[in-house]
Design a protein around this ligand. Structure first.
Ligand code: SF4
Length: 396
């Protein structure tokens, strides 16, 4: 058994997770070296440390980073994996006046920024034209309020409009397969249109954080490697990886759950392709065992950040000698703190393995739960017993 596999099997919530042993061994050979930059740090994003302990998303209601849709729940594209459902819970702002009012309201409630998005037209454009002057007004009035925008496809002029209006971060999905564009998105656009959009955005002063949705082609990996090459050619500030969750797929065009091992291999390739670019795993990924597998591979592949980690993932990172940080924020990986604080020294709180174990034990004592491990993290030593005395796995 490889050393990393052995360490994985000592993390109780992950001890039975099926992994591709040759992939784990390959990851270890590539990044097991102490001098590897990949081992330096990993940040976990969770609403609160308390919520982290149960891996449940609590207290998400008053997000510091609400999402606002300029089309409300309307979207002309009706992609097969989404059917505009992603827009439904967002705050609607269907006119510039509405946007001004919504922003003033959320700032009063403590928002630090927002994700600004909307449904697409048939060309995969979100029609922001009437909003730029209001966005500029927002940034002039509230300079500390950050705005991340889902840009969809843009030309050079639109990218400049976004920059001039004061947008802080630009986000787009990079799609590398023509079949996916045509069949899943029902779109008459070319793969090159996505690459050109990325090129135009990167040429501005905005932080650019594209996403690759793994498994976008009905749950299969198809254009992901091409998308990765596109990202490699234009080097954005960070890349967010998410795994498709096609809850809304029509029965006539069903999605399969992406193969977690294939996702793990893609993580490895992405890390190798972008050694200097922060790689983040966003909160969208299939639940259950697939999520445990995906999160395990994400840690082993050296991703820099993971939103809403599964139970055991933080401990695994510590056991693999990663410097672990926790940012107690909700959904920020997609829109907020992480993107704005990229490379910032103050991103995240340092924690150590002992602190995690102590927290878990306290919680177990408080809830009088016994015989179920540490309800998430039980440390199994080489002797097979709980032990919180292991030290030095990561620094405070
Ligand atoms: S364009 Fe975006 S919001 Fe509209 S259906 Fe497709 S994924 Fe959903």
């Amino acid at each position: 058994m490889s050393d990393w596999l052995d360490r994985l099997r000592h993390v109780e919530p992950l001890e039975d997770v099926p992994v591709d042993e040759s992939l784990v061994s390959g990851l270890e050979q590539t990044w097991g070296d102490e001098r590897s930059d990949v081992r330096q740090g990993i940040n976990f994003y969770t609403p609160t440390f308390k919520a982290f302990q149960t891996s449940e998303l609590k207290d998400c209601g008053k997000s510091a980073w609400p999402a606002v849709s300029i089309t409300g729940g309307d979207c002309k594209l009706q992609c097969d994996h989404c059917k505009a459902k992603i827009l439904e819970p967002m705050l609607p702002a269907k006119s510039p006046e509405d946007l001004w009012r919504v922003v003033n309201g959320i700032i009063e409630e403590g928002a630090q920024g927002m994700l600004l998005t909307g449904g697409s037209n048939h060309q995969n454009q979100v029609e922001y034209d009437n909003y730029y002057s209001t966005i500029r007004r927002i940034k002039d009035e509230f300079p500390d309020f950050k705005i991340a925008m889902h840009t969809a496809l843009v030309d050079k002029d639109i990218a400049l409009c976004m920059e001039q209006s004061g947008i802080d971060a630009a986000m787009m999905d990079v799609i590398g397969s023509q079949d996916t564009i045509t069949q899943v998105y029902h779109l008459r656009r070319r793969v090159d249109d996505f690459e050109e959009t990325l090129e135009h955005l990167v040429a501005t002063k905005m932080k650019v954080v594209p996403h690759i949705v793994i498994g976008l082609h009905y749950g299969h990996l198809l254009g992901e490697w091409n998308a990765l090459e596109m990202v490699q050619r234009h080097l954005p500030d960070a890349l967010v990886l998410v795994v498709v969750m096609p809850f809304y797929a029509p029965e006539s065009r069903p999605f399969v759950t992406p193969d977690a091992h294939a996702v793990g291999r893609f993580f490895m390739d992405a890390r190798q392709a972008l050694p200097e670019t922060p790689l983040l795993l966003g909160c969208a990924r299939p639940p259950g065992m697939t999520k445990l597998q995906i999160d395990t591979y994400a840690v082993m592949a050296g991703l820099n950040g993971i939103a809403h980690p599964s139970d055991g993932t933080v401990e695994l990172a510590a056991r693999l000698d990663r410097n672990v940080k926790v940012t107690p924020a909700c959904c920020c990986i997609a829109v907020g703190d992480e993107v704005m604080a990229l490379n910032g020294s103050d991103a995240g709180l340092d924690i150590n393995l002992d602190a995690i174990i102590e927290q878990e034990r306290n919680r177990r004592r408080m809830s009088k739960i016994s015989n179920q491990g540490l309800n998430g993290i039980r440390i199994v030593t080489e002797q097979g017993s709980d032990n919180s005395s292991r030290t030095g796995l990561c620094s405070t």
